[in-house]
Design a protein around this ligand. Structure first.
Ligand code: ADP
Ligand code: MG
Length: 659
């Protein structure tokens, strides 16, 4: 029977640890090494800050050794150490609120969540996943007595004074694990090295592993062994070193550790951003923008690119909350000084510290993207090329940000780029414009930013809907990206940032209002009103009988038939009703598996000046009218890249008319 009982919560935790399944036992080593590293940090601080400690000779290190025969694994540090009271307080109770909250959560649905212990650890006690007895021998810095804490992880622990010779270093702690059946595999040089390299490679203090190197005679028979001690971590994390000390090569070399995938250019970043924040929150971030978008950018189960470290200890690379999804192409690390190491995933996600780091990181990234865009305007060819690559790779995920991230919408709006009737563009050399540039080209009395969506670039550029805009020399944005249909309507209007009240307009009106422009889809009914081409009444009256004929012939294939104000060369076009999705959008949603979409009917617009339409006036043969009306509708659908329902019917009508 142990002399001391565990606090109830400790017992619960231990029960869970010992009786549940683990996906990830090996993290016990990460936990113990991080405790050792914390202890070294604490003493390091005291040796520079406080009197009795300044005299200590202190050469901080962590030592790991194992003994297969005795089934032990020992982790020793020469850090701050613990006295009897510290041992009782630290290892007999759960002081950390995060672990407490974690436990409360777990008890609700313990089985289901118990894997989380494996993923995130619960500090010191996680060692009971691999040990059926643990001894902790410790001597506090600048104190004389040595203490031994021991427990089998059942209901309590023993605490007794120990001989000075039970601990080798002048001060510090030895944690001796008596390995259980499950833990035996860790009494092995290779698995220890492997685990340390994975989780604790960047711990700031040297970690040494002691092992016996076996010697063999020429017959292959073991003839003895030599004890060896080897440093197994690489130490100082690159991102913790000052920028001034780091060279471009260092950053490029480190980028390779992200193993970013296949194909040309994937092993080189386009650029990187290294930030150290000090103040209320202390953290370091190092972000890389890959030259090429990750291959799984559009997979729902994409692999997040950002790894989380806490005080240089690796925590996870599988947390999608570290970056918003629209920035999922960013690779790199976040290293926080303020997070607890062993906090559950759920708690991590709601964690204020992490949310703040994330928000600040997003702002920082947006700033960097923006300055690249600005520099590209006047900068070298190299910078221009960089920006061009950035746009071609990441324009689309950035657009997702327009509707996902309301808080940053303004900044994202300045970054996204569009094709345009005013910008030359080809497959080899896509041309882009920003909304800001569009507005600088606007006609003085132009009220709207025009855009056309649906279909590919070529189809859009030759759409009859653009005829009137071309005539009037009005620029139209060519939105050929599927996502545009979904995203752009959420923009509504665009306000140029940084246009102050000192603008000419502001001065004359004495207001500080910044100008703002509504975005207008040209393929919508009503969007032509501002073209100012109101047909006079006689034209309307003239067209009326023809329109009636067509309406009758098409029946419920269309929502309405109208006289168009935007057509010049083409006989007809289709537009969507004000609040309907466009036909292209409906087609896309269907392709994406939304089968229950109600059928969308277009509005057919007719060019009253077109000879075909004029001819219709004099035709009374109902069959002929039906043929012409059907062709007017189907060809309008075809030029917009919409599949027509009955191609053979279209062909039949066409042939009848030709013959
Ligand atoms: P955490 O490290 O998050 O505080 P742990 O369960 O890992 O939680 O450790 C509990 C406490 O035990 C630590 O806060 C520390 O006070 C003490 N401790 C554990 N290991 C050591 C060590 N090697 N040296 C000194 N103190 C230690
Ligand atoms: Mg710890």
């Amino acid at each position: 029977m142990a002399q001391h009982q565990f606090q109830t919560e400790v017992s619960q935790l231990l029960h869970l640890i010992i009786h549940s399944l683990y996906s990830n036992r090996e993290i016990f080593l990460r936990e113990l090494v991080s405790n050792a590293s914390d202890a070294l940090d604490k003493l390091k601080y005291l040796t520079v800050a406080e009197e009795p400690y300044k005299k200590l000779s202190f050469d901080p290190r962590i030592d790991i050794s194992f003994n297969k025969d005795e089934k032990t694994l020992t982790i020793t540090d020469n850090g701050i150490g613990m006295n009897d009271k510290d041992l009782a307080d630290s290892l007999g109770t759960i002081a950390r609120s995060g672990t407490k909250a974690f436990l409360e959560k777990l008890s609700a649905d313990a089985k289901k969540n118990s894997n989380l212990i494996g993923q995130f650890g619960v500090g010191f006690y996680s060692a009971f996943m691999v040990a059926d007895k643990i001894e902790v021998i410790s001597r506090k810095a600048a104190e004389d007595s040595t203490w031994k804490w021991s427990s089998d992880g059942q209901d309590g622990y023993d605490l007794e004074s120990a001989g000075a010779d039970t601990l080798k270093p002048l001060q510090g702690t030895s944690v001796i694990l008596h390995l259980s059946e499950e833990g035996l595999e860790y009494a092995n040089r290779w698995s220890i090295e492997d685990i340390i390299k994975r989780y604790s490679n960047h711990v700031a203090f040297p970690i040494y592993l002691s092992y016996d190197e076996k010697e063999y005679d020429d017959k292959g028979k073991e003839k003895g062994s030599t004890p060896k001690t080897e440093k197994i971590n690489s130490g100082a994390a690159l991102w913790q070193r000052p920028k001034s000390e780091l060279k471009e090569e260092d950053y490029l070399e480190f980028y390779k550790s992200f193993g970013s995938g296949y194909g040309a250019g994937t092993d080189e970043p386009l650029f990187y951003i290294h930030t150290k924040a000090e103040g209320t929150l202390e953290y370091t971030t190092l972000f890389y923008i890959p030259k090429k978008a990750p291959f799984d950018l559009y997979h729902a189960d994409y692999k997040p690119g950002v790894k989380l470290y806490v005080k240089r200890v690796y925590i996870t690379d599988d947390d999608k909350e570290l970056m918003p999804t629209w920035l999922r192409f960013v690779k790199g690390i976040i290293d926080s000084e303020d997070l607890p190491l062993n906090v559950s995933r759920e708690i991590l996600q709601q964690n204020k510290v992490l949310v703040n780091i994330r928000n600040a990181s997003v702002k920082k990234l947006l700033q960097e993207f923006r300055s690249l865009a600005d520099n590209a305007l006047s900068g070298s060819d190299e910078v221009k090329e960089k920006w061009q690559t950035f746009v071609s790779q990441y324009n689309r995920p950035l657009k997702e940000g327009l509707y996902q991230d309301y808080g940053n919408r303004e900044a994202i709006t300045e970054l996204v780029r569009f094709k345009s009737t005013a910008v030359e563009s080809s497959a080899e050399k896509p041309g882009w414009t920003s909304l800001a540039d569009y507005t600088s080209r606007m006609k003085p009395d132009q009220k709207y930013i025009y855009y056309i969506t649906g279909g590919d670039e070529k189809t859009l550029r030759s759409s009859p809907l653009l005829e009137a805009y071309r005539e009037k020399d009005l620029e139209v944005l060519i939105m050929d990206d599927e996502i545009d249909e979904i995203v752009i309507p959420s923009l509504h209007s665009y306000k140029k940032p940084g246009v102050s009240g000192a603008s000419a307009e502001g001065k004359t009106e004495g207001k500080t209002e910044e100008p703002s422009w509504e975005l207008r889809a040209v393929n919508r009914s009503g969007a032509d009103e501002e073209l100012g081409e109101k047909k006079d009444n006689t034209a309307e009256k003239d067209a009326k009988p023809v329109i009636e004929k067509i309406k009758k012939a098409l029946g419920d294939r269309v929502k309405d038939v109208k006289l168009s104000r935007r057509l010049h060369d083409s006989p007809s076009c289709i537009v969507a009703d004000e609040n309907d999705p466009t036909m292209q959008m409906a087609q896309m949603l269907k392709a994406m598996g939304q089968a229950d979409m109600p059928e969308i009917k277009p509005i057919l617009e007719i060019n009253g000046d077109h000879p075909i339409v004029a001819k219709l006036k004099d035709i009374d043969d109902e069959e002929k009218i039906a043929d012409i009306a059907g062709i007017l509708l189907d060809q309008a659908l075809l030029v917009e890249g919409i599949r027509i329902k009955d191609p053979s019917d279209f062909v039949k009508r066409l042939n009848r008319l030709i013959s």
